[in-house]
Design a protein around this ligand. Structure first.
Ligand SMILES: Cc1cc2nc3c(=O)[nH]c(=O)nc-3n(C[C@H](O)[C@H](O)[C@H](O)COP(=O)(O)OP(=O)(O)OC[C@H]3O[C@@H](n4cnc5c(N)ncnc54)[C@H](O)[C@@H]3O)c2cc1C
Length: 509
């Protein structure tokens, strides 16, 4: 019997699933998920990703059972699995979604393509985001994104014919058997489409009213942000279904709900950024490993300071907001955009750490690790893209602005509950006798490894000296041409022609 294989990857749903539709139109199909031990050895993976995937697979399994079929989980190298399957029960087509993953999945997909060609298997991949494979120019990118998002979602197919797996099913390996470290954030989000849908409805119905104005402070962000990122990263929900649901919600709100509508509009612009950033990695896979602007090569590499890295990752930099974010990540697998940017800024400037090891550590901390967004953002916040104005956040100022009463830092750093308000932002400056009087033990309060202001000044000087070099300035144009957003933003007539033309190409990405 000829049949098709639907290979599930980071698209763990049946709704709006183009690969499933294509396979269903062709005839019987076999639904396959491959647990790839080689990928789980990579330094950007963590147990929380694996557990979230397993939770999502359980729901996918149940959804397929309701349609009379099964999801088959096989462990191994994908090419070997396909080879074994084809030898036991030959199939004519393989369908999947395009994945803009890390270097390993990129190489793996090339190998799968090669295997399909040499075995006469039709291999077709479908975009699931507004990311364009083999993009020739960024010029029409936004129009393509809009066109894709304007199309209706593909419904879950109801009448499927299933082909059996030609060997007995086996359960997926435990995380430990894949060599994954034991830690799984106890308060992370749970995987699965039904959880993703609950989060979506809760956000659009209520929480999106707080989106504008609520997403920067780490206090309000956990509820003001959508919290959809892991469901997008592992494809429990489709990007298009979220965009369409958000647009529908906004259109059905009364005109008087202006704050709510503004929140949804700002949220949709983030969904556009999602694809905009992934497109960068799709167009330039090297940016996972190398500076986007090669003129910055060598800027930090030789200065790696393990003591700084250890202080950062242990949540012991002494800067309370930084350390509280690290602890929150450890407990929940999530922090908001502003705090991610601040963490990377502290790592890249005062601590002068190269973005690659910091990015690997953060990839393991973020439940929503999405390589295209992650590595583009890591470089952007570290000043190595050459096209962004470097944003250097002072963690003490950020704490004063976003957590003035210390609610956030005291929640995640219990020792700070004993520190009086007047010492909250720089607790290491508290005299020892005062610390003792407040019941603090030696070691409760971490001491920063360096002077923040002096180190930031020195970092800025190094970065701007490089930035000013003629060859580095000259190389910028090509990067802008390849990666810069052409998104049109509203222009303000009073700011004149110059400002208007500058606004037309928002290079802040
Ligand atoms: C250094 C750094 C690393 C990051 N790594 C990741 C990552 O691995 N995975 C990830 O999904 N996001 C990443 N982000 C972007 C952003 O911080 C998260 O998307 C956001 O915090 C997720 O929470 P949310 O879903 O509630 O966001 P919301 O604000 O509700 O946004 C909705 C969705 O839009 C997208 N989005 C939001 N902000 C951005 C942005 N700045 N750039 C691109 N897409 C965005 C995400 O898909 C997000 O789920 C990173 C940001 C920084 C500064």
């Amino acid at each position: 019997m000829d049949y098709s294989v639907v290979w599930f990857k980071r698209d763990l749903r049946l709704h709006d699933h183009a690969a499933l539709h294509a396979a269903a139109a062709r005839g019987p199909l076999l639904c396959l998920y491959v647990v790839e031990p080689a990928l789980w050895q990579a330094p950007d993976t963590a147990r929380q990703h694996y557990e979230f995937i397993l939770e999502s697979l359980r729901e996918l399994y149940r959804a397929l059972r309701q349609l009379g079929g099964r999801l088959h989980l096989v462990t191994g190298d994908v090419v070997e699995v396909l080879d074994r399957l084809h030898a036991a029960a030959p199939f004519g087509a393989l369908f999947a979604h395009e994945e803009t993953g890390n270097g390993l999945t990129f190489q793996r997909d090339l190998a799968v393509g090669h295997w399909c060609r040499s075995h006469g298997v039709h291999w077709q991949e479908f975009p699931q985001f507004g990311v364009v494979r083999r993009l020739a120019s960024r010029d029409a990118w936004q129009a393509r994104w809009e066109a894709l998002m304007a199309q209706p979602c593909l419904p879950t197919p109801q009448h499927l014919r299933f082909a059996p797996l030609p060997w007995p099913d086996t359960p997926p390996p435990a995380a430990a058997a894949l060599g994954l470290a034991a830690h799984d954030p106890p308060h992370r989000q749970t995987g699965g489409r039904s959880h993703g849908l609950d989060v979506l409805h809760d956000f659009l119905g209520e929480r999106s009213q707080q989106y504008r104005g609520g997403i920067s402070s780490p206090l309000s962000a956990p509820t003001a942000c959508s919290r959809l990122s892991p469901y997008l990263a592992f494809g429990c929900l489709s990007l298009r279904e979220i965009v369409l649901a958000a647009r529908f919600k906004s259109a059905t709100l009364p005109a008087s709900a202006s704050r709510h509508k503004a929140g949804i509009s700002a949220f949709i612009s983030r969904l556009y950024w999602h694809c905009h950033f992934i497109q960068k990695l799709e167009s330039e896979p090297e940016l996972e490993f190398r500076n986007l602007h090669r003129g910055y090569d060598g800027m930090r590499e030789a200065d790696w300071n393990p003591r700084h890295f250890e202080a950062l990752t242990a949540g012991r930099t002494g800067w309370p907001l930084v350390d509280a974010c690290v602890v929150m990540l450890r407990e929940t697998g999530w922090i908001n955009f502003r705090m991610r940017a601040m963490l990377v800024s502290v790592a890249a400037y005062p601590l002068w750490l190269h973005w690659r090891p910091v990015g690997l550590w953060l990839a393991r901390q973020f439940l929503d690790y999405e390589p295209g967004i992650h590595w583009s953002q890591m470089q952007m916040q570290s000043g190595t893209t050459g096209i962004n104005v470097p944003r250097i956040y002072n963690p003490i100022k950020q704490a004063r602005d976003h957590d003035p009463h210390g609610h956030f830092v005291r929640r995640w750093l219990p020792a700070l509950r004993r520190v009086p308000d007047s010492w909250l932002f720089e607790p290491w400056r508290m005299p020892a006798d005062l610390q003792a009087r407040h019941g603090l033990q030696p070691g409760d309060i971490a001491e920063p490894p360096l002077d923040l202001e002096a180190a930031t000044r020195a970092a800025k000087a190094r970065l701007f000296a490089l930035k000013a070099q003629p060859d580095i300035r000259a190389a910028k144009a090509a990067i802008v041409q390849k990666h810069g957003s052409r998104k049109r933003t509203p222009t303000t007539p009073s700011r004149g022609k110059k400002a208007a033309s500058k606004n037309q190409m928002d290079l802040d990405f």
